[in-house]
Design a binder for this molecule. Structure first.
Ligand SMILES: Cc1cc2nc3c(=O)[nH]c(=O)nc-3n(C[C@H](O)[C@H](O)[C@H](O)COP(=O)(O)OP(=O)(O)OC[C@H]3O[C@@H](n4cnc5c(N)ncnc54)[C@H](O)[C@@H]3O)c2cc1C
Length: 614
């Protein structure tokens, strides 16, 4: 304890607390200020909002832009597109709500200084694909962060939020959050009338391809630790579609993106023998999913499926055919710049492996699974929809409010709405911010209060890993091994192995079944028991310990959802070998879960999918 006896408890009051200063968090701060000029808006972020979140490294394209000013697409078109890609299951009300506002967000980004490429002939934004526009986006995040910094009353960087606080008198109402400063160890108690969860997705819950010293190299940001799911789960918010993990085709070893290659460079894929393999699998896919295989564009998971089958048939590796495209100087420039703007590591990998895409068609690989709600899949919290558009069953309060009163979410945190990407996540943050201001205004004098006992208890819980280390380190038997605690890295590797081997990771070719899931749950329960004995030797490790706790709870939720949905809805993302076909009769629905914090029990249920747009 010696080193931390000076640890203080700091209290911060706010009207609106935004947890996570990534894309959706910045959008939430910006819009909360717009509608709530007199409100105290606080952003709390575990890194520094200047370069935090999935867009930290920059991007080369904004993947969600309608182009309504030029009548390129309408919001309804985007809903149809997302619904098709997700094999029929999206919250159309939420998706439409984002699509109708997303263009105004992109116009703001340009106003704030983001260079967007223009088509020289038409003067319109340069399209990469139907929904994507191209940007010079290395500084995308700092530009957006500046707007949030100016809008927020205060930004607290370097504070990891570990738990939410509930109202002392009224059950199921939010009252704030707690966390600790990862640099000086101070404990933070945030009292707030409304809370917006904007803490990103989850990587490193399944074992990544890159292990050992390279394990930080994953496709989704390695610091996306599932807090956006664990925080609401801990207080009993309902979650949806948590089984809908994403697996991506990416360039091998560097996880370099393929979007610009497919869409702008018009490159194609081939098997090891130079053949177009996708048609080979048409009939067998049709057997599994029926007419969904005839939809255009072909859903991403089905293209993944063809890739995986071809490799299983022994005709891998699959390659991207770049040789022709790279002969065109414009396309060659775009091919490289695409990496320089967002994944420099891929260019370095190619250089180190003697791959010149002009001479060699580079290998592709299927990534390990990730969990998220903003990219091409839609895991997350079950949220109330827009007043003017959502069916009554999807409306129990304010827009983007979860099933806990006063608890809002955006971006990766909100389920049912895939294909938001960076611009859509910022837009959803704006929507949540506006709704949270209205909620706070409507509270009047009926304001939540936190309980001293609750936050004092949590304080002891939060620092327990440091206590475990202080006591247990005297028993270290060799290297870092102590009989009394496990270190966060050990817990993480154990988690990744369980999820990989039992819940549909790469080592089983994304296949699982009920017995495997049951065993996976047993092993997860044992891991949870051991997490009471996790040891943290410093504040950095304390952060790792809490990220692990959040990842484990997220993983448990993923496993339960995967067990509940007894069909294979998205072959290519994962397979229930005991239910190998898509089953629209029983499963054309959302899966919902709720963890009961009082009893520790989980309850699963179905919710209807309403097709609002024809
Ligand atoms: C490799 C990659 C490529 C992508 N390509 C594109 C693209 O080309 N175009 C496009 O439009 N989109 C792209 N995206 C998607 C886009 O980045 C995401 O949709 C968007 O960032 C999601 O926003 P978010 O706010 O939900 O999460 P994030 O932007 O990740 O923000 C989450 C924030 O929460 C913080 N946080 C997490 N846990 C805690 C905690 N416990 N306490 C405090 N703070 C916490 C994090 O540090 C982070 O700042 C890409 C993403 C990745 C990873």
């Amino acid at each position: 304890m010696g080193l931390f006896t000076g640890r203080k408890t700091m209290f911060v009051d706010s009207d609106i607390l935004v947890i996570g200063g990534g894309f959706s968090g910045c959008g939430a701060a910006y819009e909360s200020r717009y509608w709530g000029r007199d409100k105290k808006v606080v952003v709390v972020e575990k890194a520094n909002i200047e370069r935090s979140g999935a867009v930290a490294q920059g991007l080369y394209a904004i993947n969600c832009y309608m182009g309504m000013q030029w009548d390129e697409n309408q919001p309804e078109d985007h809903v149809r597109y997302a619904r098709n890609d997700l094999m029929g299951l999206v919250r159309e009300d939420l998706g439409y709500d984002i699509a109708r506002h997303v263009d105004s967000t992109v116009h703001k980004f340009e106003e704030w200084g983001l260079p967007i490429m223009k088509d020289e002939e038409t003067g319109r934004y340069q399209r990469e694909g139907k929904w994507q526009i191209m940007i010079h986006g290395e500084s995308y995040k700092p530009i957006i962060a500046e707007a949030a910094r100016k809008a927020a009353t205060e930004v607290y960087n370097r504070i990891m939020v570990t738990h939410l606080l509930m109202d002392k008198t009224r059950p199921n109402r939010i009252a704030g959050a707690v966390g600790f400063n990862v640099r000086n160890g101070n404990f933070y108690v945030f009292r707030s009338k409304a809370v917006i969860i904007a803490a990103g997705g989850a990587s490193h819950i399944f074992k990544p391809h890159s292990v050992g010293e390279g394990m930080g190299r994953t496709w989704y940001a390695p610091w996306s630790s599932g807090s956006a799911y664990a925080l609401p789960i801990q207080v009993g918010a309902k979650m949806t579609q948590m089984e809908n993990r994403i697996v991506l085709t990416r360039f091998k070893d560097g996880y370099g993106p393929v979007g610009a290659y497919f869409l702008h460079l018009k490159t194609t894929t081939e098997n090891a023998y130079g053949e177009n393999y996708e048609p080979t699998w048409y009939n067998s896919i049709k057997e599994l999913v029926g007419d969904y295989v005839d939809h255009h564009p072909v859903p991403t998971c089905l293209r993944n499926h063809a890739f995986l089958q071809e490799v299983k048939a022994g005709r891998g590796p699959i390659r991207m055919v770049t040789k022709e495209a790279f002969k065109d100087p414009h396309k060659e420039k775009v091919g490289w710049e695409n990496f320089l703007g967002m994944t420099i590591g891929q260019a370095v990998v190619w250089a180190s492996q003697n791959i010149d895409p002009k001479e060699t068609n580079p290998e592709l690989v299927m990534s390990e699974p990730y969990v998220m709600g903003s990219h091409a899949t839609c895991s997350g919290a079950w949220a109330s929809g827009p007043e003017d558009y959502a069916p009554s069953e999807y409306q129990w309060g304010y827009n983007r409010m979860m099933t806990v009163e006063g608890l809002f979410g955006a971006g990766d945190a909100i389920g049912g709405t895939a294909h938001k990407f960076s611009s859509g996540s910022f837009t959803e943050g704006r929507i949540a911010g506006k709704a949270a201001v209205k909620y706070v205004n409507d509270l009047g004098n009926d304001q939540p209060e936190i309980s001293e006992t609750e936050y004092e208890n949590l304080k002891a819980v939060v620092y327990q890993p440091m206590e475990n280390y202080e006591v247990g380190r005297n028993e270290i038997v060799a290297g870092t091994v102590s009989p009394s605690y496990i270190l966060p890295i050990h817990g993480l590797q154990r988690l990744e192995k369980i999820m990989d081997e039992y819940v549909g990771g790469t080592s089983t070719n994304y296949v699982t079944n009920e017995p495997m899931l049951t065993r996976g749950m047993e092993l997860l329960s044992m891991l949870k028991e051991d997490l009471n004995h996790i040891g943290a030797e410093d504040l950095h490790q304390l952060q790792r310990a809490w990220e692990l706790q959040h990842r484990v709870l997220t993983s448990e939720c993923v496993t339960r959802h995967t067990m509940y949905r007894t069909e294979t809805r998205w072959p290519g993302y994962y397979y229930r070998a005991d239910h190998p076909k898509l089953d629209d009769d029983d499963w054309h629905c959302f899966t919902l879960s709720r963890y009961d914090p009082a009893s520790g029990e989980w309850k699963m249920e179905k919710a209807p999918v309403y097709h609002i747009i024809d």
